[in-house]
Design a protein around this ligand. Structure first.
Ligand code: PLP
Length: 417
């Protein structure tokens, strides 16, 4: 029987099988047919500690007993208050305010609107946004506008707003930093720079050095341009530290978090801002408030999951698990020695590599082939074209990691043949 479900980033015309999942636990996915798959990409980078983590599931269950959903405009609840305080404790200083939303894309929309609102309320309206080449910040119109233009958003390009784009950092990053200096000096003053710190995710797992991130931040500070860090993918330990900005000692003006905020169990996002940005909206004039909301802002059940996640970070050796996964990933990546696999790279718990393909891009014919190959070997490992990356939950065991890298090595042999 055909399904009425329309799946994201899925070409239904290819009639690829769509496994139906019954149960998940740790790094395991169990289908209704009794098959077990290893989740090698943390279900699109959301799951940090592992699927159905008992503490997060228990917190969700407990929260459902008392408080399900509350309008958040002018009302509040304990799970959101506790979460906001907990986030400010661990976030880079001087981030001091927490605005809730429900997805990574929305947290980016909120960040952009906060930046523009800040400048308007200061009486110096600014609209120019600077972005980095190959960035991805989500799929809503504003988030797409600040992301790379390409196959992902070709149909919508006439609706996207103009931005100024920095080249991706070369060896020493001078190309990027010079371009940023020039953009800050010329033309109307920019409102903000938005970047994915240290690694561009959907743009191809492209890694750049911490000193470039730090220098970009300093250039923005010098020119009074707001610095927005989109830590939707990089946050919650993926890069080896709690937040990627910490590798560079960078403190952004605005920071976006989602995905691992609830351990990946349930949708929630936050946009953190400094007191200065909050204060620019503070007035007895209702026309200067921050005009953004969505119905499920700070949903109490999602906040309870996020509070349980913070407790896990406080009370369990999460950084040790991350260090161990980083080391175990490095060992396996190192052993992958095939002329078919190039550009091997790693940042913290994330590894990436490219299968040789002269036409390699997101629509590379290798993508569906590799996808099928890995699925047949019990792996959820969803390459982006010819780019394969491994970003598992931190609880993954050695056997499962071996299975992932064994399949990648086998695919290289198979494809060469
Ligand atoms: N920003 C970054 C850096 C991301 O990687 C993503 C998603 O992958 C997003 C924003 C969008 O998040 P969401 O898919 O939750 O809207």
């Amino acid at each position: 029987m055909s399904s009425p479900v329309w799946h994201p980033f899925t070409q239904h015309g290819l009639n690829e099988p769509i496994p139906q999942v019954a149960r998940m636990e740790g790094a395991s996915i169990h289908t209704v047919d009794g098959e077990r798959y290893v989740d090698a990409i943390s279900s699109w980078w959301v799951t940090t500690h592992g699927h159905c983590h008992p503490r997060i599931m228990a917190a969700i269950r407990a929260q459902t007993e008392t408080l399900d959903q509350l309008i958040f405009a002018g009302w509040t609840h304990e799970p959101a208050e506790r979460l906001a305080r907990g986030l400010i404790e661990i976030a880079p200083k001087p981030l001091a305010h927490v605005f809730f939303s429900d997805s990574g894309s929305t947290s980016v929309e909120v960040a952009l609107k906060m930046a523009l609102g800040y400048w308007l309320n200061r009486g110096e309206p600014r609209h120019r946004i600077i972005v980095m080449e190959h960035s991805y910040h989500g799929d809503t119109i504003g988030a797409m506008s600040v992301g790379e233009r390409g196959v992902y958003n070709r149909a919508y390009q006439p609706l996207l707003f103009d931005v100024d784009t920095l080249p991706f950092p070369g060896d020493d990053g001078a190309n990027t930093l010079e371009a940023l200096e020039t953009l800050c000096r010329q033309g109307p003053p920019p409102a903000a720079l938005i970047v994915e710190p240290l690694i561009l995710g959907a743009g191809g797992m492209l890694i750049y050095p911490a000193h470039v991130l730090a220098a970009m931040r300093e250039i923005c500070r010098t020119h009074g341009v707001l610095f927005i860090a989109d830590e939707v993918m990089t946050g919650w330990g993926r890069t080896g530290m709690l937040f990627a900005c910490q590798h560079a000692g960078v403190s952004p003006d605005i920071m976006c978090l989602s995905k691992g905020l609830t351990g990946g169990a349930i949708p929630l996002a936050v946009t953190l801002a400094t007191g200065e940005i909050f204060d620019a909206h503070l007035s007895d004039d209702r026309g200067r408030m921050f005009f953004h909301s969505s119905s499920y802002t700070a949903n109490p059940i999602a906040c309870a999951a996020a509070n349980a996640n913070l407790d896990i970070w406080r009370e369990e050796p999460v950084m040790d698990r991350i260090a161990s996964l980083t080391r175990r990933q490095a060992e396996r990546l190192d052993r992958l020695d095939s002329p078919q696999i190039v550009q091997r790279r790693q940042l913290g718990t994330i590894t990436a590599m490219e299968f040789v393909d002269p036409y390699g891009d997101y629509l590379s014919a290798l993508g569906p082939l590799l996808n099928r190959f890995f699925r047949a070997r019990g792996l959820l490992l969803r390459p982006m074209g010819n780019l394969v990356y491994v970003m598992p939950p931190y609880c993954i065991g050695d056997e499962d990691l071996d299975r992932i890298y064994g399949a990648i090595a086998e695919a290289a042999v198979d494809i060469a043949r």
